[in-house]
Design a protein around this ligand. Structure first.
Ligand SMILES: Cc1cc2nc3c(=O)[nH]c(=O)nc-3n(C[C@H](O)[C@H](O)[C@H](O)COP(=O)(O)OP(=O)(O)OC[C@H]3O[C@@H](n4cnc5c(N)ncnc54)[C@H](O)[C@@H]3O)c2cc1C
Ligand code: FES
Length: 289
């Protein structure tokens, strides 16, 4: 049976150049073409995908749900959520920066230029910048930096200054520095190897930025300990913040309730779906993990 999209079948995955039969929909299924998929270091790869223009509506903090190929011939059940690392509208490309963890991401690592890759999205609620914010502080660790990196794109478009504090185990796995710097952000790297990533040191750095009036808002992802630090400093100095949360997902669009997490809103504990209500949330409402 042909798998070619039928004229009235609005759910068909769109390839580059396909007619968009339902342009008003927010979320779509797309078959992108792999442009490149190269190792950034021993653990991370960077995938560039040429996609239908509809998919380029994704913005910082949103995610796609990826239908990963099998690394071993057996089925890979369920899609895997992945933040959009960069949207290059001129080139018609979406990029992902990913850590090879299990079968899904191992399968993704096998993708070669010219291969098809099926992605669904953009999903969720991403980062928002308020007009009165002139300077923001971004603090992330590990793969959380892939999620935070497109904030530099959003901030550059709005003329907002960014200081990005990049935390990592060692210098070899500092992620996203080039992207932040290319878009004009100032970066500060803190590492476990020289203990500069210790909470006390990061706190000193952020207090310095607050004193310099470089911290109108905080953004974080990838570490509970860093989230707690930013929450504490945010409360102390009355600085608003946003956190991108990660959670195991199944449907990715709000139907299964697998991705629930606890939040504290006006003194009450509430459950929210990370895939649909987030993944970006008010930092002070996140309970952490
Ligand atoms: C909103 C969101 C954005 C994400 N963005 C990125 C990103 O930009 N780059 C990146 O490398 N990873 C990202 N992740 C994590 C990514 O989804 C998981 O690493 C991936 O699903 C693992 O799949 P796997 O089949 O390779 O590993 P599995 O065999 O499924 O799992 C391997 C390990 O990863 C953990 N894991 C599985 N699914 C998730 C998940 N959804 N979230 C967190 N941990 C998980 C498992 O507990 C296990 O420890 C994101 C997750 C979420 C929810
Ligand atoms: S993954 Fe199904 S509701 Fe979030």
């Amino acid at each position: 049976m042909s798998s070619a999209p039928k004229g009235k079948y609005t759910n068909s995955a769109l390839r580059v150049g396909d007619k968009d039969t339902y342009p008003q929909r927010l979320v779509g299924e797309f078959i992108g073409t792999v442009v490149s998929n190269v190792s950034v270091n021993d653990e991370y790869k960077h995938l560039v995908l040429k996609v239908h223009e509809h998919a380029l509506r994704a913005y910082a903090g949103q995610m796609f749900h990826l239908l990963c190929p099998s690394p071993d011939g057996a089925e890979v059940w369920m899609r895997r959520p992945m933040s959009v690392y960069r949207v290059d509208k001129d080139a018609g490309q979406i990029e992902f920066l990913y850590k090879i963890e299990g079968r899904g991401t191992r399968g993704m690592a096998t993708l070669a230029p010219g291969d098809d890759f099926n992605i669904a999205g953009p999903l969720g609620v991403g980062f928002k910048l308020q007009e009165n914010w002139k300077n923001i502080v971004v603090l992330g660790r590990g793969v959380g930096l892939a999620t935070l990196a497109p904030l530099s794109q959003l901030a550059a478009e709005r003329g907002v200054g960014v200081t990005a504090i990049l935390s990592a185990r060692n210098a070899g796995v500092v992620m996203s520095r080039e992207l932040f710097e290319r878009l004009g952000a100032r970066t500060i790297t803190v590492l476990d190897t020289d203990n500069s990533s210790a909470v006390e040191n990061v706190e000193k750095i952020i207090e310095g930025l607050i004193a310099e009036k470089k911290a109108d808002a905080f953004f974080t992802c990838g570490s509970n300990r860093l989230l707690k630090l930013m929450q504490r400093l945010g409360k102390k100095h009355n600085i608003p913040g946003q956190v991108a949360m990660e959670q195991i997902m199944v449907c990715g669009f709000g139907a299964c309730y697998v991705c629930m997490r606890t939040f504290e809103v006006d003194g009450k504990r509430v459950l929210r779906r990370v895939c649909r209500d987030g993944p970006v949330f008010n930092m002070q409402e996140a309970v952490g993990w």
